[in-house]
Design a protein around this ligand. Structure first.
Ligand code: SF4
Length: 429
């Protein structure tokens, strides 16, 4: 028998919608926004990311991305050394020279991002003026844009938000008379994008994806655009799209069987698709997802999980793990809580969930060590110290690098949490 479809309007639960949130503003342990380049450069295949930064930035990218020396990478760092204000004119000239050399050597580049970083010598440079100057010189063959990937921002996923928000003004306008169109916003692995594209096509909805695989195929946007966020960390991008007249469709995020169903249903509802059509199109996917989750439920049900704030995926993950796998949420930390974009997630979380926003890392470590959860989701910097205290950890960055959205990835997503627990049990024998 097919799994019954759930009703979306209204979600009908209030969950944590009005729950108190512990707000902390202390020392943080997070990666910087440059990290987003790793998945963005794979997605937009004719884009190049030129980090304007220091040797530290270059080292971070080199080790985080593990670039092969024989590959033609699509990102690099222009290292700006310490210099006084009088040296800034030279820095601009140097940047222009580096860009000209790069574009001459790499005619495959159609979109160049100048990515700012946090060293003080870089902050003194006006990268938006540099991007305008260089765009004037290289348009139409290359578009040059800029954004900040600096570690001063809240969290590493904000790099993607800043990148996409910088790209929104370049999206072509859609004619005022055009029919409603769906735009899926947020980087998805190609395999996931293909699956969603098939679901939307089967539902009879014309859908485009942003960012696109090629910068020469930017989707159009206008008052007829209805957009669905595929990632929960795109506040600035959503604001920029709304300023172009687009309307956001409220939905939870497409993690797990329920999240994917509710996400697709939000689109189906906005495009007046019959519920029977929706049931028919999604039945097989829901069944596959539910079957693959059952295998992991035995290992995860009743286990206690603690989330340190890192990726902004924490709330959707917590909702998935508690509702579909029976896990208990000890604390769900998020670097930033966007109440509007996460309203449907908050409504689905268990009523008594301990939510925290921001971080005071020492105090949070104390809470985590006192609670001794079965598994802790955290950034790389905290994983080793927690493991040495006998706790099982999961790197949150892995959840951003791995295809986890959609029906066919639900089991893989659950496996990311059940595997470390099984490994720990084996080690303990
Ligand atoms: S942007 Fe700042 S935090 Fe990120 S690698 Fe460069 S120096 Fe470090």
């Amino acid at each position: 028998m097919n799994a019954p479809v759930i009703s979306l309007h209204p979600v009908g639960e209030t969950g944590c919608a009005t729950a108190p949130v512990l707000r902390e503003r202390g020392q943080r342990e997070v990666f910087c926004g440059l990290t987003g380049i790793i998945w963005l450069h794979r997605k937009i295949q004719d884009a190049f990311f030129l980090i304007v930064g220091s040797r530290t930035c270059a080292h971070l990218m080199q080790s985080a991305a593990g670039v092969m020396i024989f590959a033609e990478p699509r990102f690099a760092t222009a290292v700006i050394d310490e210099r006084d204000l009088a040296g800034l004119a030279d820095a601009n000239e140097e940047l222009d020279r580096v860009v000209a050399r790069l574009l001459e050597r790499r005619p495959d580049i159609k979109l160049l991002f100048l990515v700012g970083s946090c060293p003080s010598e870089v902050i003194k440079l006006d990268l938006s003026r540099a991007a305008q100057r260089l765009s004037g010189r290289f348009t139409p063959s290359v578009r040059v844009l800029n954004y900040s990937g600096s570690g001063i921002e809240t969290t590493f996923t904000q790099g993607e938000d800043a990148c996409l928000a910088a790209l929104v003004p370049s999206l072509p306008p859609s004619p005022a008379t055009a029919e409603a169109e769906l735009l899926v916003v947020g980087t998805l692995a190609d395999v996931v994008e293909d699956q969603f594209a098939r679901h939307f096509a089967d539902l009879g909805i014309a859908a485009a994806f942003f960012p696109p695989r090629r910068s020469t195929a930017l989707p159009r946007v206008g008052p007829n655009t209805r957009f669905l966020l595929a990632q929960p960390f795109l506040a600035d991008t959503a604001r920029a799209l709304e300023a172009r007249g687009a309307t956001r469709l409220a939905a939870p995020f497409p993690l797990g069987s329920e999240g994917t169903t509710r996400w697709l249903l939000a689109a189906a509802d906005a495009f007046n698709i019959e519920l029977s059509t929706f049931e028919r199109v999604t039945a097989a996917g829901r069944e596959r997802a539910n079957k693959s989750l059952a295998r992991h439920k035995a290992q995860l049900s009743g286990k206690r999980i603690f989330f340190f704030p890192d990726s902004q995926l924490e709330l959707p993950l917590a909702r998935f793990l508690s509702r579909e796998l029976g896990m208990q949420l000890v604390e769900v930390g998020t670097p930033y809580l966007h109440r509007q974009h996460l309203a449907d997630e908050l409504a689905l979380l268990p009523r008594d969930t301990a939510l925290s926003e921001g971080q005071d890392v020492d105090r949070q470590l104390d809470r985590c060590l006192a609670a001794r959860p079965d598994i802790t989701v955290c950034g790389l910097g905290l994983a080793n110290p927690l493991e040495s205290e006998g706790l099982t950890t999961k790197w949150s960055i892995e959840l951003v690098f791995t295809p986890i959205q959609g029906y066919d990835q639900a089991g893989d997503l659950a496996g990311l949490f059940s595997r470390p627990l099984v490994r720990r049990l084996k080690l303990a024998v």
